[in-house]
Design a binder for this molecule. Structure first.
Ligand code: SF4
Ligand code: F3S
Ligand code: FES
Length: 235
């Protein structure tokens, strides 16, 4: 089969504004969009620029706006987007500065991630063995551990588009992972950070983040749990 792969291109050294390039690409229905991009880069235009690493939905580096929705290029299959002769559009994720083509500056995203203290905090001397936890307590933060920091959620959030200072759903998911960990002692610090005007109260439950998450994390639900924790100052 053939598809028209329509890619939004932008080279700040040459272009005043982004423009579309379309390539007719031969492919199989089971090919991934990343295979199509690789074909263009390797055999047609080596200047095409995008991030990818693992190619198996693990590293989180190739989130893109594909046919109108944020997805991982290495996960989404051609047959789930179009039929023979159809068109697939690929654009950079929104709300972050485009450095070139599909490559965006991820630094503001990781700055928000670091702001919520995404690491284990517990100054007590560790026990001789492990810091034990019941299966029920482990379950409370299980969803957040699946996050691969791809930014598909944050860059689909309309609040983030208009105010880049909003920490965003990905950072809140990461905060949730530690706030609800019974072994962690940093809860108060994180709840105070999330109570500021860049924190959870910016969320208007638009649900775009939940729909965009390639790991099927119930992002909005986790944000609501964090909102309750911030409101009552307890978990
Ligand atoms: Fe990506 Fe989902 Fe994590 Fe957001 S919550 S960064 S969409 S894996
Ligand atoms: Fe944005 Fe998700 Fe809230 S899309 S408004 S963070 S529910
Ligand atoms: Fe690693 Fe797609 S390349 S998640």
């Amino acid at each position: 089969m053939f598809v028209n792969l329509k890619i939004l291109r932008y080279n700040p050294e040459k272009d005043k504004r982004p423009h579309w390039d379309t390539h007719k690409v031969e492919c199989e229905p089971g090919d991934r969009v990343l295979d199509l991009l690789n074909h263009v880069k390797w055999y047609v235009d080596p200047t095409l620029t995008y991030r990818r690493s693992c190619a198996h939905g693990v590293c989180g580096s190739d989130a893109m706006l594909i046919s109108g929705r944020n997805r991982l290029a290495c996960k989404i299959l051609v047959r789930d987007l179009t039929k023979d002769g159809g068109t697939i559009t690929v654009e950079p994720i929104r709300g972050l500065r485009v450095e070139r083509d599909l490559l965006v500056d991820m630094e503001p995203f990781f700055e928000s991630y670091r702001a919520v203290l995404p690491f284990f905090i517990n100054d007590e001397a560790p026990p001789a063995g492990e810091r034990l936890q019941s299966p029920e307590d482990r379950e409370r933060f299980d969803q957040g551990t699946k996050c691969i920091l791809c930014a598909a959620c944050t860059t689909s959030c309309p609040i983030f588009w208009v105010n880049g200072r909003y920490l965003g759903p990905a950072a809140i998911v990461q905060a949730h992972r530690f706030i609800f960990d019974s072994r962690d002692h940093g809860t108060e610090r994180r709840l105070n950070i999330l109570n500021q005007n860049t924190g959870v109260w910016r969320c208007r439950t638009a649900y775009n983040c939940t729909e965009a998450c390639p790991r099927e994390i119930p992002v909005t639900q986790l944000i609501e749990e964090v909102k309750r924790a911030v409101m009552y100052q307890q978990v």
